[in-house]
Design a protein around this ligand. Structure first.
Ligand code: GLU
Length: 456
């Protein structure tokens, strides 16, 4: 039976790349009457967060890409979260140690603690079977001995991923081509354990719509699924757009439903040239859905579901009320809640200060907000106060450009409450856009700031 999976690591905002992988795995399994599994790979203790896991599940469900087995719905191979399966990885690593296929590495631990590493051949070449590319291979000489179990007893990605794909009886591993580099290690693990490897399909990565077609990054385009939802994109348009990157109808018609995609796309014939994530094209497609699939009553229903629900209106009213003289003031005061972008004026944002300095404030603010588990007014306030202190500026002048970035005007609703109502994803996107309008912060400078932050 065909069994596919996605195995996201909950270390950040739910990513469009995860949705793209989910679509391909979902489609492939559905075509064959198989099962599609969602497994959470949270073995990176320092970076994994339960809030990110929740957000991944929520956004995939929003897109309609339902899984048959997963941490929330259970299934025959539960649990589906790797941090709940730690014993099984340790057991496998110790077995490899006993068989002489792995060895202890004390260099990695302290006071007698050790990591367990897989012994790789020192010469020869390994063939890398991939359903989308013929003739891949790699010299063993260039492959280092991978750590399987860290000295803290946690497995690495390589070990946990292989053990679970085997135990969960995954037949086809469909994942991004960035993992081809790990394939020699994975194949060696299957061989050492006496397990039959699944079929591998390494699919093209999402790429920026720029000249060198670099890997999709949030520096270039929004990558958070929450952002697209909050900006007013429709789930069916987003799914159609992701499908369009690998399949189109012979007629050239680019608009199609998930059902049609699942029935007709052919994984074996997708192009490996790279899937360009063109946000302009996504907006165009979204517009077609709004115009062609909904009448005004339907649009009104979409709006209510998006932001014009009673709760949001009441929260916006609470923020606008102190400044309202007439009901008519509500619209201009709260326009930024019901919009994707706000107007940005670099001169106004910087107002006499060095644009690069203000751009750095915006970056530091974005980072501070990114780390918040609870996006509440108190938490936002405390986080931004911390950043203001760290750059030696009073909270008032520090938040002025943030206010403009969020609301697009000098006369709007209070900052912290506005951020909470907009949500973390949209808030950070606006800070990022304002930073870009100010000329941005160089990569080199970002590295420095990051280092300074982690030692602070
Ligand atoms: N946890 C890996 C990731 O986050 C999974 C890679 C795979 O599909 O094997 O991308």
């Amino acid at each position: 039976m065909t069994r596919t999976r996605i195995a996201p690591s909950p270390t950040g905002d739910p990513h469009v790349g995860t949705a793209y992988q989910a679509l391909l795995n979902y489609g492939f399994a559905r075509q064959r009457g198989g099962a599609f599994i969602l497994r959470i790979e949270d073995t990176d203790q320092a970076r994994s967060k339960r809030a990110f896991e929740t957000a991944i599940l929520r956004s995939l469900r929003w897109l309609g890409l339902a899984w048959d087995e997963g941490p929330d719905v259970g299934g025959p191979f539960a649990p589906y979260r790797q941090s709940d399966r730690l014993d099984s990885y340790r057991e496998v690593a110790e077995g490899l140690l006993r068989d002489g296929r792995a060895y202890r590495d004390y260099a990695d631990g302290e006071g007698g603690a050790f990591a367990i590493r897989l012994r790789t051949p020192t010469s020869g070449r390994i063939a890398l079977p991939d359903r989308l590319r013929a003739g891949l291979s790699k010299d063993w000489e260039s492959v280092d001995d991978p750590v399987l179990l860290k000295s803290d007893g946690f497995p690495t990605y390589h070990l946990a991923n292989v053990v679970d794909d085997h135990r969960m009886e995954i037949s086809d591993v469909i994942r991004g081509e960035e993992w081809i580099a790990s394939l020699p290690k994975h194949l060696l693990l299957y061989e050492a354990l006496g397990w039959e490897p699944p079929a591998f399909w390494h699919v093209p990565l999402l790429r920026n719509n720029d000249r060198n077609r670099s890997k999709l990054s949030k520096r270039r385009s929004p990558t958070s699924l929450d952002f697209y939802r909050d900006a007013g994109f429709l789930p069916e348009a987003l799914v159609n757009f992701l499908g369009m990157l690998v399949w189109t109808r012979a007629s050239g018609e680019e608009k199609f439903s998930l059902e049609e995609f699942v029935a007709r796309f052919d994984l074996a014939s997708i192009s490996v040239a790279g899937a360009v994530f063109d946000t302009g094209k996504l907006a165009w497609l979204n517009g077609r859905y709004l115009r062609e699939d909904y009448d005004p009553v339907g649009i009104a229903a979409l709006l209510r579901r998006w932001r014009y629900d009673d709760r949001t209106l009441e929260q916006a009213a609470a923020l606008a009320q102190p400044r309202m003289k007439t009901l008519g003031d509500f619209g201009p005061l709260t326009a930024h809640f019901f919009a994707d972008e706000t107007p940005l004026d670099p001169a106004l944002l910087a107002r006499g200060r060095d644009a690069s300095e203000v751009a750095e404030w915006l970056l530091l603010a974005e980072w501070a907000l990114e780390g918040l588990d609870d996006f509440t007014e108190a938490a936002v306030h405390a986080a931004l106060r911390g950043v203001a202190e760290s750059v030696g500026v009073k909270l008032g002048p520090f938040t002025r450009p943030l206010y403009l970035a969020i609301s697009g005007s000098a006369a709007s609703t209070p900052l912290f409450g506005s951020m909470v109502l907009l949500g973390s994803s949209m808030t950070r996107m606006r800070l990022r856009r304002a930073r870009a309008a100010l000329g941005g912060v160089s990569r080199k400078r970002q590295k420095k700031l990051r280092a300074r932050r982690s030692t602070a």
